[in-house]
Design a protein around this ligand. Structure first.
Ligand code: NDP
Length: 333
């Protein structure tokens, strides 16, 4: 049983030395626990925060601790956990070939509804983040202009499509021509800006969103957000979902940045954490599942093969190597 542990706390951008792969015995499930064989592992930007000591919404990992994240796996053995061997489940488990968890920490995944990997993407935490962040926080309505950053990623790609379903005009910021084509041609965004191809984000946005911005779903922060703030319309809503452009910074850039722009626009800026919406996850997942089934919401996954390559998959998030949800395939069903 291979297990990834935090080798040391990274300074700035993490690298392979941040991770240590150790060979350990397969754990025995204790009373009420199931032993789960990992099929897919999710790597997520928030994990960078768990590598850091100190204040954060996510509890820091200790040096030497096993890394943990969203996993879809198959139950191998259930010691009174309420599952049968062969059941597919999802939960927050170790980056390992095998891990144990208490029954209530695992959620069943129905392999007949959609490919099981989607429980970590469009029908999992990222899809739910897009759902609530768009519909409850950014609240685009028909005729509005909705802007999303990280637009070809797991959250952003779904958020833009949900805003389209609400009748908004959707503009995405993303980091390559391939991603521009993906969100415009496959997902139906109205316009896309390759932010790596321009140094004048504001001018690019004025062209792509000539009527200004009514709803902004921010995954990235930094200078792109500064530019979007200059284009906010009166009563605009800003959903602060993530700030990935700053996750590897050791010091927060000096602020406030463009907050003065909020005076004129009377915009509302609201941060949110997906966990707050947990009581409504089941209903939202069902809704997302219906849209996936009808093709109203499309999704893409970038799958890295092999547990040993999980660090590269994680590090690739900060280089924009993924389109849609970044997963690691660890085992086969
Ligand atoms: P993504 O699939 O979007 O992957 C990250 C993407 O961010 C990359 O593909 C890259 O795309 C982009 N990126 C990386 N570095 C930069 C940079 N310096 N400037 C601009 N873009 C950059 O990840 P997720 O969909 O999983 O997460 C998106 C955001 O949502 C993250 O900020 C995450 O922390 C946040 N989040 C927040 C939650 C909440 O509860 N508030 C829950 C889940 C996620 P590109 O090629 O475009 O640069």
């Amino acid at each position: 049983n291979r297990v990834y542990r935090l080798a040391k706390r990274p300074e700035g951008t993490p690298d392979r030395d941040t991770f240590e792969l150790s060979e350990e015995s397969v754990p025995d499930p204790g009373p009420g626990e199931a032993l789960v064989r990992t099929l897919y592992l999710s790597v997520d930007p928030y994990m960078r925060d768990r590598m850091r000591e100190g204040e954060s919404y996510a509890e820091p990992w200790g040096v030497g601790d096993p890394l943990q994240g969203g996993v879809v796996g198959e139950v191998v053995e259930s010691n009174g956990a309420g599952f049968e061997s062969g059941d597919v489940v999802t939960g927050n488990l170790q980056w390992a070939d095998y891990a144990t968890a208490l029954g209530p920490e695992l959620t069943p995944v129905d392999p007949d509804v959609a490919p099981v990997s989607t429980a970590l993407g469009v029908l999992g935490m990222p899809g739910l983040t897009a759902y609530f962040g768009t519909r409850e926080v950014a609240q685009p309505s028909a005729g509005d202009t909705f802007v999303v950053t990280g637009a070809a990623g797991a959250v952003g790609s779904v958020a833009g499509q949900l805003a389209k379903l609400q009748g908004a005009r959707v503009v995405g910021f993303t980091g390559s021509e391939e991603k521009v084509e993906f969100i415009e041609d496959e997902l139906g965004f109205d316009a896309a800006i390759n932010y790596k191809d321009t140094d004048d984000y504001r001018a690019a946005l004025q062209e792509a969103a000539p009527d200004g911005v009514d709803a902004y779903f921010d995954n990235v922060g930094g200078e792109i957000t500064d530019a979007v703030f200059t284009q906010l319309n009166v009563d605009a809503r800003v959903a602060v979902c993530g700030q990935i452009s700053q996750y590897n910074d050791e010091e927060t850039p000096v602020g406030p940045r463009k907050l003065g722009q909020l005076i004129q626009s009377r915009a509302t800026v609201r941060g949110f954490l997906i966990g707050d919406f947990e009581p409504r996850f089941e209903q939202a997942t069902e809704r997302l599942g219906q849209w996936v089934a009808t093709g109203d919401v499309e999704y893409r996954e970038t799958v890295t093969e092999g547990l040993e390559n999980a660090p590269d998959a994680f590090l690739g998030l900060f280089e924009g190597e993924n389109i849609g949800k970044q997963l690691v395939q660890v085992g086969e069903r």
